[in-house]
Design a protein around this ligand. Structure first.
Ligand SMILES: C[S@@+](CC[C@H](N)C(=O)[O-])C[C@H]1O[C@@H](n2cnc3c(N)ncnc32)[C@H](O)[C@@H]1O
Length: 445
């Protein structure tokens, strides 16, 4: 019998060594459906997950090269409040990636790339759940995004809680029994079928995806485009070699993305958005687990560590957990507390000046935000989550940090438990194009 890893037709390799894309082998030649126009100009300061900055805004125009009538492809989408955006991490700099990465939440420790939201992954594909603000012609307007300006978008799919959220899945009991009997992971038998080692945490609150609101704010959208390019780079033995075939839970899970750099706990945590209908006995069980975990948590600080190699039974497959989503505790246990964000009087004046420029003719104007207050909220959200890499946080405490939100180029510094905005100047960097059919427009003054 032919295994799944060896599918029938092999990809055709051309004389130059390129792999000819074929759908059956999964060698897909992608063509972006559009390039994101985002309020974040560069990776620095871009939220690590969309939940960090709900004010962040973006616009995606479907390219006419994909559909003659882009608006046809968006028909009906306005009935959804949230959408999944599949995109390419086009500014990764290279296409190879490592099997183990260091997500910021692990404070320098490593874990398998597929247990993180690291941008550095074999196919450099990102997945973001964004709020759909509005659909207008062939464009969609989004908020709560974590992608930079110029990001090539591959697909849009509606978020459907019934399908996309485990606690909303309703399976007949019979199916559940069948699944349990059919799926016997090796790891469970190796640990005598118990899940003791996968301690679970019941988290407070039951956040349901927010219902669609008709009182949506009107985001703006620029015409700009940014180009992206990928350099090929070889990595070590532990690195996947990539062949390029051609040219809501909020305030959580924020640092899953890899840093090209916490405490480790073998425990797992149930999603905060998890079921509101948990039985009392389970809740009590979790309270005990929390107490146990307090004693058991393994904290590695200041040195690199790896996740323990033991094979743990997967918590989502444990009996009775079919409708709960579970994440490791490190996802929730941020290595740093939320920072207080301050603005110096000078920075406040800068922002005022920037917004007064906005009303002036021919001056800079906010492209994604409607007021200085909104920009301020976005800056606060970004900084309070501490956007610095582990390296910067640990070794460069007193250094300046820069990032751009909309047309505001922000200079700040980090102190003990706070971030202070020192300067806000108009961003003047010209935005490069990705889509050669579009005209070059500069972002900022
Ligand atoms: C950790 S990733 C998570 C993205 C997505 N939510 C996911 O889970 O796949 C978010 C980070 O990717 C980086 N990023 C965003 N857009 C990018 C792009 N087009 N190319 C490379 N890196 C990007 C930014 O530094 C941002 O903080």
């Amino acid at each position: 019998m032919r295994g799944l890893e060896e599918p029938g037709p092999r990809p055709t390799v051309t004389p130059c060594g390129c792999v000819k894309p074929t759908l059956e082998t999964g060698n897909l030649l992608t063509e972006p459906i559009g390039y994101l126009e985002s309020c974040f100009l560069a990776k620095n300061g871009t939220p690590r997950q969309p939940s960090i900055c709900s004010h962040s805004r973006a616009c995606l125009r479907i390219r006419k090269s994909i559909f003659n009538n882009p608006e046809h492809s968006l028909m009906g989408l306005e009935q959804f409040s949230h959408v999944w955006i599949l995109f390419v991490f086009h500014k990764n700099g290279h296409l190879s990636c490592k099997a183990k990465v260091q997500p910021p939440r692990l404070n320098g420790a490593k874990t398998g790339v597929f247990s993180t939201r690291s941008p550095h992954r074999p196919n450099a594909i990102g997945l973001t759940l964004a709020r759909l603000e509005k659909v207008e012609g062939g464009a969609i307007y989004l908020s709560g995004i974590d992608m930079i300006h110029g990001t090539p978008v591959l697909d849009i799919k509606p978020y459907i809680a019934d399908y996309d959220s485990p606690q909303n899945l309703i399976e007949p009991l019979g199916d559940l029994h069948l699944q349990k009997n059919q799926y016997k992971p090796k790891s469970v038998s190796q640990s005598d079928g118990t899940i003791d080692s996968c301690d679970q945490q019941q988290l407070s609150g039951c956040e349901e995806p927010q219902p669609y609101s008709c009182t949506k704010e009107k985001p703006r959208c620029p015409q700009d485009r940014t180009s992206g390019g990928n350099d090929m780079e070889r990595d070590d033995d532990d690195t996947a070699k990539i062949q390029q075939s051609s040219p809501k839970p909020r305030e959580r899970a924020a640092d899953l993305g890899e840093e090209s750099g916490s405490g480790l706990s073998p425990s797992v945590a149930e999603e905060q958005s998890g079921p509101c209908h948990l039985e009392k006995s389970f809740l009590e069980e979790q309270a005990d687990s929390r107490l146990r975990r307090g004693k058991e948590a393994v904290v590695s600080q200041g040195h690199r560590a790896e996740l323990p190699p033991e094979i743990l039974p997967c918590p989502s497959r444990a009996a009775g957990a079919a409708h709960r989503s579970v994440v490791p505790a490190w996802v929730r246990e941020a290595p740093v507390a939320t920072l207080e964000v301050r603005f110096t009087p000078h920075a406040e004046m800068d922002l005022e000046h920037l917004s007064s420029c906005e009303s002036g003719v021919g001056q800079a104007s906010f492209k994604y935000f409607q007021s200085a207050e909104e920009v301020k909220r976005a800056i606060k959200a970004v900084l309070s989550a501490d956007p610095r890499s582990v390296y910067r946080r640990k070794l460069c405490q007193d250094r300046l940090f820069y990032f751009t939100v909309d047309i505001a180029h922000v200079t700040c510094w980090f102190g003990d438990g706070f971030a202070e905005v020192l300067k806000i100047k108009p961003a003047s960097e010209p935005v490069q194009m990705s889509d050669p059919t579009e005209s070059l427009v500069s972002l900022g003054s």
